[in-house]
Design a protein around this ligand. Structure first.
Ligand code: NAD
Length: 490
């Protein structure tokens, strides 16, 4: 791996502490950091290098996936790469100081000036930081440069385009690595190859046999401490436009035989481009907008959304969204994709369910079946990982009865790398496969834009649901229109 200077904006922040340092430490343990590696942490606070390293050590001891052993020498070697520099994002002088520091580290360690700028700061800083990197000459050394940022990438289609135009003045598209941490999850990374991964899937994976696809990301938590951000964002911006549509793309970006060499990014783009657009007026028929009311989540009574601290008592913000999407693509024609995501739901689970059509002669479900006679491929993405095939088989002892069968195709592996580990490792290697490319971001916003407008104009009614439930009844009704139902049993 090429020598790299990792320049971390927001080095004193929560994301750095909980995710970035632990990810770097685990990459270090796996020998996946470049052999020549320097990290410069940036923040507004004055900190000595020693204090900074002490903070990093505390972070890895608290949050690392693999426990920090008492191998003091290894921890020392890891921390040895870390330096700290005070920088206020708006102060040009600070960037000159940073450039001096980077250059002196590069000389000291004889590093090729490859620089990765990781922006672990609020989105309002993306643009000024990129511009200052450009102006100060930080990005014009004789090596590569990369920019790593995390959503939100804009708050609607025009603002996303505007942000991207500005970032492109300092970084070309191939230099920008947009993190969508769902794409770093190991099970998500397997999705696109799933249909080719086993002859059983190859046989199943024809559009004709797939009745529907449903993607759920349910949380039990409410708005937590993010009221200021969330009340202006809602489930549609916070989850749907990015994570949920990325999951859809990963699953739908399957390939007809013979095109196996087409890049995943190209196929994902084709999938999102194939989404049948909805107009603002059509949104109501295909989208359910919900907000949690008071209720009981896993035995604990909780307040409704508008009674949460920091939330406007009149807020009509969405904490739940369900939608039916169709793809105008020869393979997926006629197969509805159902997406739902919400806060304060009954359980925490991110799951994709592929429902297969009933075969001729297959027993019809009885009342006791509660619909469980269907053939399902269930991909659990989190908190547990796993792939199961569910169906019913005739019980040889009772000729008329059939019993549910469940085939575990992949047990939950214990030692799963964290999303940030995978993604930071990829960014260091320059592999952009599992990042959100601009085309995907732009097409996702384009699909969502009429829905944002429909919400703003109140064309889609806000439905309340009890905290701890499966969302509003209208979400069930949306699927029932096509003879489908949500599969949420475990
Ligand atoms: P935070 O408030 O804990 O940290 C922000 C960092 O930015 C701090 O290091 C602070 O010193 C720095 N900063 C703020 N103003 C600055 C300025 N003028 N000059 C220089 N530095 C400045 O925030 P966070 O939770 O670490 O989140 C950072 C970004 O990552 C946000 O955009 C957030 O949306 C995103 N994010 C966070 C999480 C998370 O789990 N915390 C998850 C996903 C995305």
């Amino acid at each position: 791996m090429e020598p790299t200077t990792f320049v971390l904006f927001g080095a004193t922040g929560d994301l750095a502490k909980r995710k970035i340092y632990p990810a770097l430490y685990n990459l270090f343990l796996d020998g996946k950091l470049p052999p020549s590696f320097a990290l410069i942490g940036l923040g507004r606070r004055e900190l000595s290098d020693e204090t900074f390293r002490g903070n990093v050590e505390r972070s890895i001891r608290t949050f690392s996936r693999r426990k920090v052993q008492d191998d003091a020498a290894a921890v020392e070697r890891f921390l040895d790469a870390f330096r700290y520099c005070v920088l206020d994002v708006g102060r040009k002088d600070d960037y000159r100081k940073l450039l001096d520091m980077i250059e002196s580290r590069e000389q000291e360690l004889r590093l090729t000036p490859n620089r990765l700028f990781y922006l672990s700061v609020g989105p309002e800083f993306f643009e000024p930081i990129a511009a200052n990197i450009q102006e100060s000459g930080l990005g014009s050394a004789d090596g590569w440069k990369r920019l790593v940022i995390e959503k939100p990438f804009g708050r609607d289609l025009p603002s996303a385009r505007d942000l991207n135009r500005k970032l492109n003045q300092a970084f070309a598209e191939h230099e920008i690595f947009r993190i969508d941490h769902y794409l770093g999850k190991p099970m998500v990374q397997k999705l696109e190859a799933l249909p080719r991964s086993h002859p059983a899937f190859q046989a199943l994976w024809t559009g004709r046999r797939i009745a529907s696809v449903q993607i759920t990301a349910a949380e039990t938590v409410g708005v937590e401490e993010r009221a200021g951000y969330y009340d202006h964002s809602g489930a549609i911006r916070d989850m749907f436009q990015n994570h949920m549509l990325q999951l859809l793309m990963m699953l739908a970006a399957h390939l007809p035989a013979g095109q196996a060499d087409e890049k995943a990014g190209v196929r994902k783009k084709k999938a999102v481009q194939a989404l049948r657009p909805l107009t603002k007026e059509e949104a109501k028929a295909h989208v359910v907008r919900g907000q949690y009311a008071a209720g009981t989540v896993q035995g604990t009574p909780v307040v409704g959304y508008t009674a949460e601290p920091g939330i406007d008592a009149e807020s009509a913000n969405d904490t739940f969204i369900a939608a039916r999407l169709l793809l105008d693509d020869p393979f997926w024609r006629g197969v509805p994709f159902y997406i739902r995501t919400g806060k304060r739901m009954s359980g925490k689970s991110t799951r994709i369910v592929v429902e297969f059509e009933r075969l001729p002669g297959q027993p019809l479900p009885t009342a006791e079946d509660e619909g469980a006679a269907h053939d399902l491929l269930v991909v659990d993405i989190g908190p547990e990982e796993g792939i199961t095939l569910r169906s019913k088989a005739n019980d040889p002892r009772r000729s008329a009865a059939s019993e549910p069968i469940r085939i575990d195709l992949q047990a939950n592996p214990d030692d799963v790398p964290e999303a940030y580990e995978n993604l930071i490792g990829d960014a260091l290697r320059g592999d952009a496969t599992f990042f959100a490319h601009w085309d995907e971001v732009e097409w996702s916003w384009a699909w969502v834009q009429p829905i944002l407008e429909a919400f703003a104009d109140n064309l889609v009614p806000l439905r309340l649901y009890a905290a701890g439930s499966e969302g509003p009844a209208e979400s069930d009704a949306l699927l029932a229109e096509n003879g489908h139902r949500w599969w949420s049993d475990s």
